[in-house]
Design a protein around this ligand. Structure first.
Ligand code: D6G
Length: 842
C-alpha cells in the first residue's frame, strides 16, 4: 500500500494551482532569498515568519511589474475607452494568494517555500486583510476589479486609502468590542506611492460671480496623494490599477496667514487635513451625516476627476501624442460608474470643471456629464439614503451647492412642463428637500445626472421602478436597468476551495474559471456516483479543516458530522439574525423535550460586525453569545447542537467558513436585501440555501430549480399586504406556542440568568415596533428548517441538490455582471484575449 499523501503533495496534484516547473521553482527560491536579504535586510538566523511572508510577497509582486507597466502603456498607445469605477469602499481582503492564482504561480511558490523549509499557508496567514469596506458594496467593488481585468477592460478602481479599515471585532464577555484596524503598521508590499501624481483638492471658501464666469476662491487646499495597487486579470497578462488617494497637508498648511510663532502649532495641525483619509466609516446600509464623511466623498471625486481629465486631454506614448481640446468626445472615451450615491459629487464636480474651468456652455457640459456618468443603487432602506444638510454643503462646498441648485432648477422646469400644475410631483422629485432642515437628496441628483441607473438584482431593480424612483422611471424609463450582482470565481472558488475546483476541473476541464456558465455541464454528472462521492468528500475535508480552527479558537468540541448551518453578514435588523436565534431556541427546546429522538445535529454559526453606534445590532450579538453559553453547556443537548458566534467576520474568514458550510442562511424580510453576494458564494461552494424570496435569492432559486432551494416566508406582495393591514406581533406570539416559549425565555432571563432584563430592548422591539416582521415568518421558517434536517439525513440526495446548485451558479459570476455593464452601460467590449507577456517573461 502506498503511503498517504501529505497536504503538500496533495496540493501539488491540483492542476488549477498552476504548474510547478523546475526552473520556475529555482528562480522563485533565488528571488525569495534575494528579497529576504536586500528588501527585508534579514537572513535566516533572524528572520521572522512575517519577514518570510514579505519576502514571498515581493517575489510574487515582481511577476506583476512587467505586466503592469506593459498594460498601462498599452492603454496610452491604443487609447481605448476607459472605465472608472468610483467607490468609497474596496473590500479587497488579502492579495498574495489571489495574485498567485491569477498568475498561475501557486504550486510553484508552494514548492519553492517547501524546499526552503517553510509552510506557505502559514506565511499567507501573516498578511493583513485590506479591509477598506463594510460588506457587500465594498466586496462587490473588489470582485468587479478582478472581473474587469480578467475581461481585458481598460478599467480603474478609484477610492480612498484609509489608514484604518473596518474595525477588528473582539468578543469580550459576550459583547462586541471594537479595535482599530492598523493594517499598514508593517507596510503594504502591494501598493506603490505615486507622489509625482499628487493633486490639490479645495474645500470651504466662497464664490465670486464675474462676467466671464464663476470663481471659487479663498479655499483651503488638501493634497491627494495616490497609491497604486496592481489588479491582475486571470492568466491574461493584464494588470489594471486600483488608485487610492491619501490626504496630505500642503507644506505651507496654516503657515500663510499672520501666525508668527504659530509654526509648531501649524505643523501639529496638519493632522486636521490628513484626517480625511484616516478611517473608514463603519456603517453598512446606514447614512450618518458627518462633515468628515462629506469631505471624504468630495476628496475622492475631486482627485479622481483631475486624473480622468488629464488622461482624456493627452495620451502620450513615446513620440506619439494625442492632445484633445474638444470635450464633446468625453463620453466616447470615459465611463464613470458611481458605486451608490457616495461619489455623487462627481456630477456637480464635473459640471464645475467643464463650466467654470473649461468654459463650456452649461447645456453642452450637462449633456457630456449625463452621457459620462452612471449610477448604481444598492438599497431601498430609507435610513441608508444619503440626504446631506444644506448648511454643511454651503460651508464646505459652496460652489457645488450653487451648481446643484441650477441642476435642480432646470430639472424642476422640465417636470413642470411635462406635468403642469402637479406641485406635489415637483416636491417629490426635487433634489432639495424642504423642512425644518433643508437637505440635498443625493439619489435624485445621481438619477438626473446619469444616463443609466441600475439596481443590483432583478427584484430590487423592479422595486426601484415601482416605489422609491417611480416618478423618475415614469419620466425617463430608458435610464432604468438591472445588473444582478456577481462574485469572482477566482477568489471565491479556485482560491478558497481548490479541492472543489479540482473535482469540477476533472469532469469539465478548467475553462469554467473564465466562463462560469460552463458549470451547467455538471448537470450531466448529477447521478454519477463517483462525482457525488468526490463533492461530498471535499465538503467533509473542508469541514474538518474548519472544525480544527473552531476548536482552537472557541474551545468547543465540534461534531464534524453535524450540519454546518451558517449566517455570516453584517448584523442588521433587516437581515434578521433574530429569526435565526428563534430557530436555535426552538430546536433547543425540542431536543430538551424529546432528548431521545433522532435529531439531525447542527453546528449553527453566526458571524458579522455591528456598526459601533447601532445599539440593537450589538444587543443581537450579545443574545447570540448568551444562547451559545446555555446551549453549548447543556449535557442533554451534547453534540447535537452547538451555537458559535464567529468573531471578526471579514473576507479572510469568509474564505475559510464558506467552503465548509452545508446550509446558507439568507433570511432577510422580502424587499429589503437589494441583492446579497454572500448568498452566491455559498451556492458556488456547495452549500444549500434556506432563504426568502429577496434580492438575488430569487434568481438563484430560478437557476438551481426551486426544488433544490429551501424557500420560505412572505413574498414582497405579502409584506406589502401586511403593511396595509398593519403587522401585529401579538397575533403570532399568542397563536404559536413555541414562539411564545422562545420569547418568554429571552424576556425572562433564561439566557441571561444574572441579568434577567438584559434583552428587554430586543423583546420590546420584536413585540411592538419590528419593522422587519420577524414573527410573521417564524412558522414557515421552522417548517422549512425541518425539511432541511430531513434532507440532511439522506446524504446522497443532499449532495445531488448541492451539485444542481453548483451547476446553476454560473450566472452569478461577476464576469457576467461586468460584461453586462460593459455592453449595456459603458459601451466597451470585454475580451478573453491575452496580452502578450512582457519581454522578460517570454
Ligand atoms: C501604474 C503603473 C505604472 C504606470 C502608471 C500610469 O502606477 O507603470 O506608469 O500606473 O499612471 P497614469 O499615467 O495612467 O496615471
Amino acid at each position: 500500500m502506498s503511503k498517504p499523501l501529505s497536504d503538500h503533495d496533495k496540493k501539488k496534484q491540483i492542476s488549477v494551482r498552476g504548474l510547478a516547473g523546475v526552473e520556475n521553482v529555482a528562480d522563485l527560491k533565488t528571488n525569495f532569498n534575494r528579497h529576504l536579504h536586500f528588501t527585508l535586510v534579514k537572513d535566516r538566523n533572524v528572520a521572522t515568519r512575517r519577514d518570510y511572508y514579505f519576502a514571498l510577497a515581493h517575489t510574487v509582486r515582481d511577476h506583476l511589474v512587467g505586466r503592469w507597466i506593459r498594460t498601462q502603456q498599452s492603454y496610452y498607445e491604443k487609447d481605448p475607452k476607459r472605465v472608472y469605477y468610483v467607490s468609497l469602499e474596496f473590500y479587497m481582503g488579502r492579495t498574495l494568494q489571489n495574485t498567485m492564482v491569477n498568475l498561475a504561480l501557486e504550486n510553484a511558490c508552494d514548492e519553492a517555500t517547501y524546499q526552503l523549509g517553510l509552510d506557505m499557508e502559514e506565511l499567507q496567514e501573516m498578511e493583513e486583510d485590506a479591509g477598506l469596506g463594510n460588506g457587500g458594496l465594498g466586496r462587490l467593488a473588489a470582485c468587479f476589479l478582478d472581473s474587469m481585468a480578467s475581461l481585458g477592460l481598460a478599467a480603474y478602481g478609484y477610492g480612498i486609502r484609509y489608514e484604518f479599515g473596518i474595525f477588528n471585532q473582539k468578543i469580550a464577555n459576550g459583547w462586541q468590542v471594537e479595535e482599530a484596524d492598523d493594517w499598514l503598521r508593517y507596510g503594504n508590499p502591494w501598493e506603490k506611492a505615486r507622489p509625482e501624481y499628487m493633486r490639490p483638492v479645495h474645500f470651504y471658501g466662497r464664490t465670486e460671480h464675474h462676467p466671464d464666469g464663476v470663481k471659487w476662491v479663498d479655499t483651503q487646499v488638501v493634497l491627494a496623494l495616490p497609491y497604486d495597487t496592481p489588479v491582475p486579470g486571470y492568466r491574461n497578462n493584464i494588470v489594471n490599477t486600483m488608485r487610492l488617494w491619501s490626504a496630505k497637508a500642503p507644506c505651507d498648511f496654516n503657515l500663510k496667514d499672520f501666525n508668527v510663532g504659530g509654526y509648531i502649532q501649524a505643523v501639529l495641525d496638519r493632522n486636521l487635513a490628513e484626517n480625511i483619509s484616516r478611517v473608514l466609516y463603519p456603517n453598512d446600509n446606514f447614512f450618518e451625516g458627518k462633515e468628515l464623511r462629506l469631505k471624504q466623498e468630495y476628496f475622492v471625486v475631486a482627485a479622481t476627476l483631475q486624473d480622468i481629465i488629464r488622461r482624456f486631454k493627452t495620451s502620450k506614448f513615446g513620440s506619439r501624442e494625442i492632445v484633445r481640446t474638444d470635450f464633446s468626445t468625453l463620453p466616447d472615451k470615459v465611463a464613470i460608474q458611481l458605486n451608490d450615491t457616495h461619489p455623487a459629487l462627481a456630477i456637480p464636480e464635473l459640471m464645475r470643471v467643464l463650466v467654470d474651468e473649461e468654459k463650456l456652455p452649461w447645456e453642452k457640459a450637462w449633456d457630456i456629464c449625463v452621457k459620462t456618468c452612471a449610477y448604481t443603487n444598492h438599497t431601498v432602506l430609507p435610513e441608508a439614503l444619503e440626504r446631506w444638510p444644506i448648511d454643511l454643503f454651503q460651508t464646505l462646498l459652496p460652489r457645488h451647492l450653487e451648481i446643484i441648485y441650477e441642476i435642480n432648477r432646470r430639472h424642476l422646469e422640465r417636470i413642470a412642463s411635462l406635468h403642469p400644475g402637479d406641485v406635489d410631483r415637483l416636491r417629490r422629485m426635487s433634489m432639495i428637500e424642504e423642512g425644518p432642515q433643508k437637505k440635498v437628496n443625493m439619489a435624485h441628483l445621481c438619477i438626473v445626472g446619469s444616463h443609466a441607473v441600475n439596481g443590483v438584482a432583478r427584484i430590487h431593480s423592479d422595486i426601484l421602478k415601482a416605489t422609491v424612483f417611480k416618478d423618475f422611471y415614469e419620466m425617463d424609463p430608458h435610464k432604468f436597468q438591472n445588473k444582478t450582482n456577481g462574485i469572482t470565481p477566482r477568489r471565491w472558488l479556485v482560491m478558497c476551495n481548490p479541492g472543489l475546483a479540482e473535482v469540477i476541473a476533472e469532469r469539465i476541464g478548467e475553462d469554467f474559471i473564465r466562463d462560469l456558465d460552463q458549470l451547467q455541464k455538471l448537470r450531466n454528472f448529477v447521478n454519477d456516483e463517483a462525482f457525488i462521492r468526490d463533492v461530498a468528500k471535499v465538503k467533509q475535508e473542508n469541514k474538518l479543516k474548519f472544525a480544527v480552527h473552531l476548536e482552537e479558537h472557541y474551545k468547543v468540541k465540534i461534531n464534524p458530522n453535524s450540519m454546518f448551518d451558517v449566517q455570516v453578514k453584517r448584523i442588521h435588523e433587516y437581515k434578521r439574525q433574530l429569526l435565526n436565534c428563534l430557530h436555535i431556541i426552538t430546536f433547543y427546546n425540542r431536543i430538551k423535550k424529546e432528548p431521545n429522538k433522532q435529531w439531525t445535529p447542527r453546528t449553527i454559526m453566526i458571524g458579522g460586525k455591528a456598526a459601533p453606534g447601532y445599539h440593537t445590532a450589538k444587543m443581537i450579538i450579545r443574545l447570540i453569545t448568551a444562547i451559545g453559553e446555555v446551549v453549548n453547556n447543556d449535557p442533554v443537548v451534547d453534540d447535537r447542537l452547538k451555537v458559535i458566534f464567529l468573531e471578526n467576520y471579514r473576507v479572510t474568514l469568509a474564505e475559510k467558513a464558506i467552503p465548509a458550510s452545508d446550509l446558507s442562511e439568507q433570511i432577510s424580510t422580502a424587499g429589503t436585501e437589494a441583492s446579497g453576494t454572500g448568498n452566491m458564494k455559498f451556492m458556488l461552494n456547495g452549500a444549500l440555501t434556506i432563504g426568502t424570496m429577496d434580492g438575488a435569492n430569487v434568481e438563484m432559486a430560478e437557476e438551481a430549480g426551486e426544488d433544490n432551494f429551501f424557500i420560505f416566508g412572505m413574498r414582497v406582495e405579502d409584506v406589502e399586504a401586511m403593511d396595509a393591514k398593519g403587522y401585529n406581533a401579538f397575533e403570532f406570539y399568542n397563536r404559536i406556542p413555541e414562539l411564545k416559549q422562545a420569547i418568554d425565555q429571552i424576556a425572562g432571563g433564561f439566557f441571561s440568568p444574572k441579568q434577567p432584563d438584559l434583552f428587554k430592548d430586543i423583546v420590546n422591539m420584536l413585540m411592538h415596533h419590528d419593522r422587519f416582521k420577524v414573527f410573521a415568518d417564524y412558522e414557515d421558517y421552522i417548517k422549512c428548517q425541518e425539511k432541511v434536517s430531513a434532507l440532511y439525513k439522506k446524504p446522497k440526495e443532499w449532495t445531488k441538490k448541492v451539485i444542481l446548485n453548483i451547476a446553476g451558479s454560473g450566472k452569478f459570476s461577476s464576469d457576467r455582471t461586468i460584461s453586462q455593464y460593459a455592453h449595456e452601460i459603458w459601451g466597451v467590449e470585454p475580451t478573453l484575449e491575452k496580452l502578450a507577456a512582457p519581454d522578460e517573461l517570454k
